[in-house]
Design a protein around this ligand. Structure first.
Ligand SMILES: Cc1cc2nc3c(=O)[nH]c(=O)nc-3n(C[C@H](O)[C@H](O)[C@H](O)COP(=O)(O)OP(=O)(O)OC[C@H]3O[C@@H](n4cnc5c(N)ncnc54)[C@H](O)[C@@H]3O)c2cc1C
Length: 496
């Protein structure tokens, strides 16, 4: 195998090689798709080598943190798409969804026991690392985790960085090598043993998702978002609509808060988070839309610069700087920390921690409780609007997301309390939450990947400050407020 590719592969246990298993199992935990998927490519490769069929297992339990109807529906819609795609190509795709009548206890271990090898996603966040480690501990079958997080393997990106600028340079230098080695757009399922394997359980099937979801004990105060479908088909529709209508203008116009259909952001982060679309496909489509191909047209002399590296198109460069540099900054940071984000003390750079601690006892102009934050009941109409967008739609405008985070710091008793509130709200309501970029984004508000800014202020010290008044001066917010007014209120959404 290509040594470059090996950089993605990690043996999780030291169970000896097995050839007596019935299949190679790909346990799809987060990159929930059947194309452009490094872990799936690796599983296919191993199945071919071992002359065994491939089985893809995609599970959904009821008890993951922040489980809700919203997250469940989005994931299940993805599973419906995967089931349809697998049927077309004759792939052994085994979806399992926990219900009150069938907990699926021990199922994965049973599937692993019959496998020659278990391959899974090496995602550095949420419950995934612990789930992977737990299976690896309890099975005699080798477990291998594959880093399919981005275009350049995390292992090739070197030590952690303190600023995006440092990783940008490494990413640019590695891009030309990594791009031709991206995951297969069309994995060659036909080249593995095409044997049907009978699952030892009844794979999930639900024609009517609404009825199915109604039977599950889920948090209904975070309901599904009308019109926001999960799955690979919806992800592609979102990508196409973005490239056709909103990509032009991205460099200049992404920041002003606008209704999502009129602003220039892609709205792809929920799909990237659940793996319904790959970063490779997003980047490839953006390159194509800009008339580039990721090889010719690169400007290596501009490596490390925000503009110009991917070609002469400013919208392309700006979009890829977010989708590659900034997304990977969070991924790479989490990769090296492996879930050590439970508290500010271990998550923040020393300068940010010191200045926040110095100002920890400064009087706060106002204080809100979690319930008030959650209900969008602050004195600040812009903060409340951003919170309403988050609760009603599961997304939040990027610029306002920064302001939203900063204000929670300003109006909370302590930075630690603010951090807890932000992690809770973001991960509970945001479709793209529970991701490395959730933590890097929230912690950016506390100074991570930023630098000290003067003048030193109460509460923030030298951590960058943002204000709603400046935001209102900087942008015309009329259309955004109109859009927010068109959404159900937070009380309506939460049924309170
Ligand atoms: C307080 C706070 C919380 C955040 N929580 C999350 C989160 O839970 N999940 C999440 O994916 N991002 C999070 N971000 C980063 C950023 O806000 C979102 O990635 C972005 O708004 C997603 O919208 P989009 O897909 O339309 O982005 P686009 O502008 O279209 O960008 C394309 C892609 O690039 C990546 N990207 C863009 N901006 C950033 C950024 N600043 N940091 C990292 N990656 C970026 C995303 O994958 C995004 O889908 C957070 C930022 C802040 C300040």
């Amino acid at each position: 195998m290509d040594p470059y590719y090996e950089a993605r592969v990690r043996r999780v246990n030291d169970a000896p090689e097995r050839t007596d298993g019935c299949y190679v199992l790909y346990w799809m935990q987060i990159y929930r798709r059947l194309d452009h998927n490094h872990a799936l490519d690796y599983a296919l490769h191993q199945a071919k080598e071992l002359n065994k069929p491939l089985v893809v297992y995609e599970g959904l339990k009821l008890s993951y943190p922040w489980a809700s109807e919203r997250l469940h529906r989005f994931i299940l819609e993805g599973m419906q798409d995967n089931a349809a795609a697998a049927k077309k190509i004759g792939l052994n795709y085994w979806p399992f969804v926990e219900t009150p009548h069938d907990s699926g206890r021990g199922l994965l271990r049973r599937l692993a026991a019959d496998a020659c090898l278990v391959v899974t996603d090496d995602f550095p966040c949420f419950i995934i690392p612990q789930q992977t480690a737990a299976l690896a501990r309890h099975t005699d079958t080798p477990v291998v985790a594959v880093d399919g997080n981005s275009i350049v393997p995390m292992a090739n990106l070197g030590a952690p960085v303190s600023a995006a600028a440092h990783l940008r340079l490494r990413l640019h230098r590695a891009f030309a090598d990594a791009w031709p080695r991206r995951a297969a757009a069309k994995p060659r399922f036909a080249e593995t043993v095409p044997r049907r394997v009978t699952p030892p359980f009844r794979p999930w099937q639900a024609e009517d998702l609404t009825r199915f979801l109604a039977k599950l004990p889920l948090d209904r105060s975070v309901p599904s978002v009308p019109g926001k479908r999960g799955g690979s088909a919806a992800a592609r529709t979102q990508l196409r609509a973005f490239l056709r209508r909103r990509f032009r203008g991205y460099a200049e116009e992404r920041s002003p808060p606008m209704p999502p259909d009129e602003g220039h952001a892609s709205g792809l982060s929920p799909y990237l988070h659940f793996g319904h679309i790959s970063i490779e496909e997003v980047v490839q489509s953006a390159l194509r839309a800009a008339g580039a191909d990721g090889r010719r047209g690169l400007n290596p002399e501009l490596a490390g610069k925000r503009e110009g590296f991917y070609g002469d198109d400013p919208d392309l460069n700006s979009f890829l700087d977010e989708a590659i540099t900034w997304r990977d900054v969070g991924m790479h940071w989490m990769w090296h920390r492996q879930a050590d984000v439970s508290q500010l003390d271990s998550a923040l750079p020393p300068w940010a921690l010191a200045t926040l601690r110095k100002h920890e006892t400064d009087p706060r102009p106002l204080l809100y409780s979690l319930e008030e934050w959650e209900a969008g009941q602050t004195h600040d109409p812009l903060w409340n609007a951003a919170q309403r967008e988050l609760v009603a739609t599961g997304t939040i405008h990027n610029y306002l997301r920064m302001l939203w985070g900063k204000k929670v710091i300003e109006w909370s008793k302590s930075p630690d309390e603010a951090y807890g509130v932000l992690v809770h709200l973001n991960n509970k309501y945001a479709l793209d939450g529970r991701n490395p970029n959730s933590y890097s984004g929230i912690l950016w508000c506390f100074g991570l990947f930023d630098r000290p800014w003067g003048p030193e202020r109460p509460v923030f010290g030298t951590v960058r400050y943002m204000s709603s008044e400046n935001t209102a001066r900087k942008f015309r917010l009329g259309e955004y407020y109109e859009y927010i007014e068109s959404l159900p209120t937070i009380a309506e959404v939460r049924g309170t």
